[in-house]
Design a protein around this ligand. Structure first.
Ligand code: CA
Length: 251
């Protein structure tokens, strides 16, 4: 069976209802050129859709920085920087936070699916997929009103055995006693809790908490984590050091 048969190239993309007369830019991030080419071929049958292909996460971040697409189709399994990492980085940056992402993956476990959606992917397609199905998902995502995409996430309150953290009210308590955190410590805790049970590298924490200030060294993360742990007393144990990787907030 050829790739074209597997992925069903006969399925043409239909017009996107409600799309503007302007060109809709779609970025396909996929290291398997055959698959990327088929996706491009299928989606570009629709007038007004232009598909750019890149074959790595690095190239994707560069392409998005140069010209933000209306939608990104992102393969999970990429060399070096994984699709998850790319998604996480895009979602952490204000300029790219709202770009819709459809994740492609060969993995079918629920865990991967949930992780993909948790990271802010708008939809998820498991390989081998039909191009008809992918085109339908693309249309559905592009049809979503901007207002929905622009909504702020719901109020976030974490309640653990010792720690209660209301991140909207900026109120942190351990066993009922208020804890005063610096802004960085607060942001660090928020980032760890938002990504709980996942390992965050020092670089990722630097980017999320300190932004683009490259004068900060990764060692500062360790220092701030140390202070944060001390202030959180018993709840501080929930911040685990993952040797060689970074930190994880465990529930
Ligand atoms: Ca791939």
């Amino acid at each position: 069976m050829t790739l074209a048969q597997t992925y069903g190239t006969s399925a043409a993309a239909r017009p996107v209802p409600g799309s503007s007369p302007m060109t809709t830019q779609i970025l396909v991030v996929e290291d398997e050129q055959d698959i990327a080419g088929l996706i491009k071929h299928t989606l570009e049958r629709e007038p007004g859709i232009r598909v750019e292909m890149v074959n790595s996460g690095d190239a994707a971040l560069k392409a998005v920085a140069e010209s933000a697409p209306h939608l990104i189709i992102l393969d999970l399994n990429l060399p070096v920087l994984s699709g998850f990492e790319v998604c996480r980085i895009l979602r952490s940056r204000p300029a790219t936070r709202l770009i819709p992402i459809i994740m492609l993956t060969a993995r079918t476990t629920e865990v991967d699916r949930v992780s993909g959606l948790d990271l802010g992917a708008d939809d998820y397609v498991t390989k081998p997929f039909s191009l008809r199905e992918l085109a339908a998902r693309v249309r559905a995502v592009l049809r979503r009103p901007q207002a929905t995409q622009a909504q702020e996430p719901a109020a976030m309150v974490y309640r653990g055995a010792h720690l209660t953290a209301d991140f909207d009210a900026v109120a942190i308590e351990v066993d009922g006693a208020p804890v005063r955190l610096t802004r960085r410590e607060f942001e660090l805790l928020k980032c760890l809790v938002e990504n709980r049970n996942r390992v965050l590298s020092r670089d990722r924490l630097l980017e999320r908490v300190w932004g683009y200030d490259r004068t900060i060294e990764t060692r500062s993360v360790d220092v701030h984590i140390g202070r944060l742990r001390a202030k959180l007393v018993l709840a501080g144990d929930q911040i685990e050091t993952v040797v060689g990787l970074g930190y994880r907030f465990v529930e």
